[in-house]
Write a protein that binds this ligand. Structure first.
Ligand SMILES: [Zn+2]
Length: 66
């Protein structure tokens, strides 16, 4: 299993209401706090993070999960 698959698995073990809170609490350089959309779950240095786009302006945003 690749690291990214493990990251995805880790992300999906988080309760969905908590995941939603993380998705809705992402910082965008243009909009401030926003919602991340069309994201992928990635991992780096054993940290899980989301990489996607701002719901409001479409800029690339990311959020470290843990
Ligand atoms: Zn934005």
């Amino acid at each position: 299993m690749s690291l990214d698959q493990l990251a995805k698995k880790r992300w999906l073990t988080i309760p969905s209401n908590t995941r939603k809170k993380v998705e809705e609490n992402v910082y965008c350089g243009n909009c401030g706090v926003t919602t991340i959309v069309n994201y992928e779950v990635d991992s780096s240095n054993f940290r899980v993070f989301l990489e996607g786009y701002c719901e409001k302006c479409g800029s690339k945003v990311m959020r470290v999960v843990g």
